[in-house]
Design a protein. Structure first.
Length: 188
């Protein structure tokens, strides 16, 4: 049993007869009235995201979890296949349990959170950022780095990311996985 002071991003809790992963949280101490914690919860069973507010000090049921490193192998439609790096066992997960499946390329190492009570995979944590190659975009404009204008670019994983005007096909870019946004161009 935990309290609201133990809330952190990635914590899995039991709430409303379901298991949720905390995506965002904010401790709020208003000038008048008691403190509370505003959270954004993502269901690990169906992928729905809900907003909830907990009063400060409220007891919450946390779920005991284990984390394991897995390598992303391939996907078949809505099913994504992963291999454990320690014992080479494979598991298949549905697309709705993944946070950003469009940014995963084959061979990517991810952390899978598994419920230690029933060995059910709860969620997949991607690295903070990934490096992807641009496969299709309009030709870049040399020297156009002063404005914040962007253009869509398709990357090797199949996702579309808005990038600055100077990015060309074949460039490698760093993409933040939580928001799916461009961070920087990688020089090789």
């Amino acid at each position: 049993m935990a309290t609201t002071s133990d809330i952190r991003n990635g914590l899995c809790i039991k709430y409303n007869n379901d298991i949720y992963k905390i995506v965002e949280f904010l401790h709020v101490k208003p000038g008048k009235g008691p403190a509370f914690v505003r959270t954004k919860l993502k269901s690990v069973t169906n992928g729905k995201v809900i907003d909830n507010t907990f009063p400060a000090g409220r007891k919450i049921d946390d779920v005991r979890v284990e984390t394991h490193k897995f390598q992303y192998l391939y996907n078949e439609g809505e099913t994504f296949h992963f291999m454990n790096n320690e014992d080479y066992s494979q598991i298949a997960l549905q697309k709705n349990t993944l946070d950003c499946p469009d940014l995963m390329k084959e061979g990517e190492i991810v952390t899978i959170i598994i419920n230690s009570e029933d060995d059910m995979p709860l969620s997949v944590n991607m690295p903070a950022s990934v490096i992807l190659e641009v496969t299709h975009t309009e030709p870049g404009v040399k020297g156009n780095t002063a404005t914040n204008a962007t253009k869509p670019a398709k990357v090797e994983s199949g996702a579309t990311v808005n990038v600055p005007l100077f990015i060309n096909e074949g460039d490698k870019i760093k993409v933040e996985t939580t928001k799916g946004t461009y961070q920087e161009r990688i020089k090789e």
